[in-house]
Design a protein around this ligand. Structure first.
Ligand SMILES: [Zn+2]
Length: 229
């Protein structure tokens, strides 16, 4: 019978296409993970650069602050009154406090920079691993494509051959079913009922199926009926 042969060709073909699509999906997912890891790495690199800029800025301000301190110290010998001495000390305290603040900023910046560098190195390592995984997924996909292509070609030829044996009416019904993605186009008759949906098949129809007529469909689910006896 042509229809069961066609049904088996169609379901084999669909399983192969599924396998091919799964391999393609694994490859796409692996490349997505590479891109995500690259984004994490780039963000860490950017954070490291920003931290470095803030360290450089603090260092410049530290130099300026130290210049102010030595400028003030140069005036110390000219102090004659206790009022001037108090004013000198107050200003010196302020400058020292400012310098301590900037130093703390610089150290915090250095800490941030080294943390960002460690994060970037870690992310870089992850990128490397994921790139290798993506490469493996691509290879796997290529192998599966290679393996499946000739079988698909054979199945396609078998499909065309089977379809050319069908009457135009049956063929157009089959096309309508498979167009909507349906592949289980055939059902047996068991105990007077459609094997797929369990609905009863009239005796006249059972006889026509037994006589080899292919255009006999289950009135409930629409599958083509085949005799199992
Ligand atoms: Zn049915």
């Amino acid at each position: 019978m042509t229809l069961p042969r066609l049904a088996s060709v169609l379901s084999k073909k669909s399983r192969l296409l599924e396998r091919q699509e799964e391999a393609a999906a694994r490859s796409r997912a692996a490349h997505d993970r590479v891109r995500e890891a690259e984004a994490v790495r780039d963000a860490a690199a950017k954070a490291g650069q920003a931290a470095l800029l803030s360290v450089r800025d603090a260092e410049r301000r530290l130099v300026a602050s130290e210049e102010k301190v030595s400028h003030l110290q140069a005036q110390e010998s000219q102090i004659t009154t206790s009022r001037a001495a108090t004013a000198y000390q107050e200003e010196m305290d302020l400058l020292q406090a400012e310098r301590a603040r900037i130093e703390a900023e610089a150290f915090a910046g250095l800490d941030a920079e080294s943390a960002a560098r460690a994060a970037r190195d870690h992310a870089e390592e992850a990128v490397g691993e994921l790139v290798r995984a993506a490469h493996a997924a691509d290879l796997d996909r290529g192998v599966i494509d290679e393996e499946i292509r000739p079988i698909l070609e054979e199945l396609e030829a078998a499909r065309l051959a089977a379809e050319s044996d069908l009457s135009p009416v049956v063929l157009s019904a089959v096309k309508a079913m498979t167009r909507s993605g349906r592949l289980d186009i055939v059902a047996g008759i068991v105990g007077g009922a459609c094997e797929a949906c369990g609905s009863g098949v009239p005796p006249g129809k059972i006889q026509r199926v037994r006589a080899g007529q292919e255009n006999q469909r289950c009135e409930s689910c629409g599958r083509f009926l085949e005799s199992k006896e």
